[in-house]
Ligand binder design. Structure first.
Ligand code: AMP
Ligand code: MG
Length: 188
């Protein structure tokens, strides 16, 4: 039987260690959650999801600010595998889907992948170009102003589902934005 090759938008949203007082400089932030969805470019349905917490090693104690922002608790990361194990699993999952394009809200997620992969000596996992959906959203509105994800949902009249600043929920919400700006709300 001939296999029909599906094409996907791989929408990724990362959460990372952070602070509000410069104790964790940008170059020492580490991914603590990978949330990702495979949005089918034909049906515009999410066909598969990946969610995994990661135990950080450079600043293993989450700040109160970080837990407040992301709702990710110390015990979530303490019992999670470390980066190399998770990125290997993530890569295996990505490789199940041919012809994806890596997308995220802004360029932060791409930069954070580059930073963590370099620190842990793991090859950058994506083989595709990167689509910045935040930029596409501004182009869709015909404005230069850049919007946060929650603001964009608001502009489109889409309800924010789940918890903002949780990787998997952000990835799902970004998929809803992308579906809407591509005019694909009706599945074929
Ligand atoms: P987001 O995808 O918007 O949830 O943000 C991804 C990551 O960026 C968060 O997990 C934080 O590490 C960092 N971040 C987001 N917003 C802030 C903020 N207001 N202050 C400090 N770090 C932030
Ligand atoms: Mg997020």
């Amino acid at each position: 039987m001939e296999t029909k090759i599906a094409h996907y938008y791989l929408i990724v949203d990362l959460e990372a260690t952070c602070c509000d007082n410069k104790t964790i400089p940008r170059h020492e932030m580490e991914i603590i959650e990978i949330g990702a969805v495979m949005l089918n470019r034909t049906t515009w349905v999410i066909d598969s999801e990946f969610q995994q917490f990661i135990q950080p090693v450079r600043h293993p104690q989450l700040t109160g600010f970080c837990t407040e922002l992301t709702s990710i608790r110390q015990q979530d990361v303490d019992k999670a595998p470390k980066f190399l194990e998770v990125i290997s699993r993530f890569k295996e999952w990505i490789d199940l889907f041919p012809n994806y394009i890596f997308c995220s809200w802004g360029n932060y997620d791409k930069k954070q992948f580059i930073q963590d992969c370099a620190f842990h000596n793991f090859p950058y996992p994506f083989t595709s170009k990167h689509i910045n959906i935040k930029e596409e959203f501004s182009e869709y509105l015909g404005v230069s102003k850049k919007f946060g994800m929650a603001q964009a949902l608001d502009q489109l009249g889409i309800e924010l589902k789940g918890t903002h600043h949780r990787g998997i929920d952000d990835a799902r919400n970004i998929a809803s934005i992308y579906r809407q700006i591509k005019n694909k709300n009706q599945t074929k």
